[in-house]
Design a protein around this ligand. Structure first.
Ligand SMILES: [Zn+2]
Length: 146
């Protein structure tokens, strides 16, 4: 039987991960155009955001980019009320699952103002200033209610 080791101290690891062609283009669109984009399956029209290489419905390759509308709908959320050393934001905030019209999947990000949050709220992304964007999911600072 293998011995299980537990570490109580933080382990830091630096690594580089290539996002691949589709996610790379997704990040370029965030940075350069300030839009959230998904991909549409050319076989069954399923739309996934953020993009992924293969359709979860029919396994066809997904290559056709489609821009999401500027406003989406909160489909689900969880409120974070306690700070964590690993979180990038100070509590309270909410992780929200945003459903865009025309998309079949949900797009997760952060909602800054949680006052009165509920499923069905209309939200839109707030982007960093163009000169501060780096081609990262954090080019969207947060979502805000419309
Ligand atoms: Zn498909």
């Amino acid at each position: 039987m293998k011995e299980i080791k537990f570490y109580s101290e933080p382990l830091e690891m630096e690594y580089t991960r290539s996002p691949g062609k589709l996610l790379g283009e997704f990040f370029v669109k965030l940075r350069d155009e300030g839009v959230v984009a998904g991909v549409r399956c050319s076989n069954c029209s399923y739309v996934f955001v953020p993009p992924q290489q293969f359709c979860p419905e029919c396994s066809s390759k997904m290559i056709n980019f489609v821009n999401m509308p500027s406003v989406g709908t909160v489909a689900s959320f969880t409120v974070v009320r306690k700070d964590s050393p690993f979180a990038q934001w100070k509590a309270p905030f909410a992780f929200v699952a945003v459903k865009y019209d025309g998309a079949n999947s949900l797009f997760w990000h952060r909602l800054k103002d949680i006052e009165g949050i509920k499923v069905g709220d209309k939200v839109q992304p707030v982007f960093k200033k163009e000169e501060d964007r780096q081609g990262s999911i954090l080019d969207i600072e947060y979502f805000e209610k419309v």
